[in-house]
Ligand binder design. Structure first.
Ligand code: SIN
Ligand code: CO
Length: 383
């Protein structure tokens, strides 16, 4: 278990002073930190097809970036390269534990856990991100510089590496195992490994309006909504046929606005959009489908766990009406089990004790049976 220690600062004080505002180093944010995954295991993952990974190194002074899956690392030598693996929380239960320390933030904002292994001198170069990132230093040391936000010209140091011009540092530190560097979006930064090192970045990302609009348009097409044509049966003769009247502009706008104002429909879209997996999930279906009676018994004796990276959220109001969203789909359930469903969405692991009010509830057991059979929840290993 990773317990976040903000050094006398309350979580609310962190949010008030730093979140989305300015970077900060949290020394020993994780006491006695240990790497949840070994470098060779990470290198092995980056050889797998479904894992998103990237190698960054320099060749003859030029930045190079290669995308996985990789077959070998032998051409890289012993310095000046780094390997990045995205969505490590989908593939390593141990690594996903780091994310649990950040549950004081709503997880619809969470993107993924990224791991980075670097040889001495290894770096991905100076850049800025659209993420709020908590860079958690694992084994080894890294030298980090962070600049102020503001105008930083970006350029392609390689066709798939967007860098920023040199910047003046407002933070210039060496991080050691357990130290955390929080960087809000837009602040340029660069980390250079001082020895062989690992780091784990928990990234939070909000959507831009354009990405929401684009996904909403796809949703309308898929669900055949918004197809009605604008109507104008009360049209009056005009003398300026080139003009779009104020009334006409208002009705064109309200045709679109009405789709956003329909909260049932827009919430349904938002829930599906926020829970859609951004990176491939490592779904393993059970060998045999679970039966209801079996699940009821199992919930009394075993903890259950949510698949790494699986997104499950509810809206404060509609959960009470029996609606939640899991992995890009709306799920209906009996409103009587709303509090049990909230537990499933709020916590990745639930013990028999957590579920004592629910393990004998037929509707809840039925829901969990479906989730087990989809490979979305599974029985936790007994420790
Ligand atoms: C890294 O750890 O190699 C890069 C992390 C970041 O800059 O976001
Ligand atoms: Co970055």
């Amino acid at each position: 278990m990773y317990t976040l220690n903000l050094n006398q600062m309350t979580q609310q004080k962190f949010l008030d002073e730093y979140w989305q505002k300015k970077p900060v180093v949290i020394r020993q944010g994780f006491k006695d930190f240990f790497d949840p995954i070994a470098p060779d295991e990470m290198a092995g993952l980056a050889m797998e097809e479904q894992v998103e990974s990237r190698l960054v190194h320099k060749k003859d002074g030029q930045w190079q970036a290669e995308f996985g899956p990789f077959e070998s690392y032998e051409h890289l030598g012993t310095q000046d390269w780094s390997l990045v693996v995205q969505a490590l929380d989908h593939f390593s239960e141990e690594a996903a534990e780091i994310i649990e320390a950040f549950r004081f933030l709503p997880h619809w904002r969470l993107d993924d856990l990224m791991a980075s292994f670097a040889m001495p001198g290894g770096s991905v170069g100076p850049h800025k991100d659209n993420y709020d990132t908590f860079i958690c230093q694992g084994s080894g040391k890294r030298h980090w510089r962070v600049g102020n936000n503001g105008e930083h010209v970006e350029f392609a140091a390689h066709e798939s590496l967007l860098h920023v011009e040199p910047f003046e540092a407002i933070i210039d530190v060496e991080l050691e195992a357990g130290d955390i560097l929080y960087i809000p979006p837009g602040f340029p930064h660069e980390g250079i490994s001082l020895d062989t090192s690992m780091s784990f970045s928990v990234g939070f990302r909000a959507n831009s309006a354009v990405s929401v609009f684009s996904a909403f348009a796809d949703h309308l097409i898929d669900t055949e909504q918004g197809t009605q044509l604008l109507t104008d049966p009360s049209r009056k003769v005009v003398t300026n046929s080139g003009a779009v009247s104020n009334d006409d502009y208002a009705s064109i706008k309200s045709q679109v606005q009405n789709l956003l104002d329909d909260d049932t429909s827009f919430k349904n879209f938002t829930g599906q959009f926020l829970t859609a997996a951004k990176h491939e999930l490592d779904i393993m279906l059970p060998d045999e489908p679970f039966e209801l009676t079996e699940v009821s018994n199992l919930l009394n004796s075993h903890a259950i766990k949510r698949l790494g990276g699986l997104r499950a959220f509810y809206f404060e109001d509609t959960v009470e009406q029996g609606l939640c969203y899991i992995n890009g789909s709306e799920l209906e359930f009996s409103p009587d089990i709303a509090d049990g469903v909230k537990l499933l969405c709020d916590k990745v692991m639930l013990s028999p004790n957590d579920l004592s009010d629910w393990s004998h509830n037929a509707a809840f057991v039925e829901l969990v049976t479906v989730l087990f059979n989809q490979g979305y929840w599974y029985l936790a290993e007994v420790e």
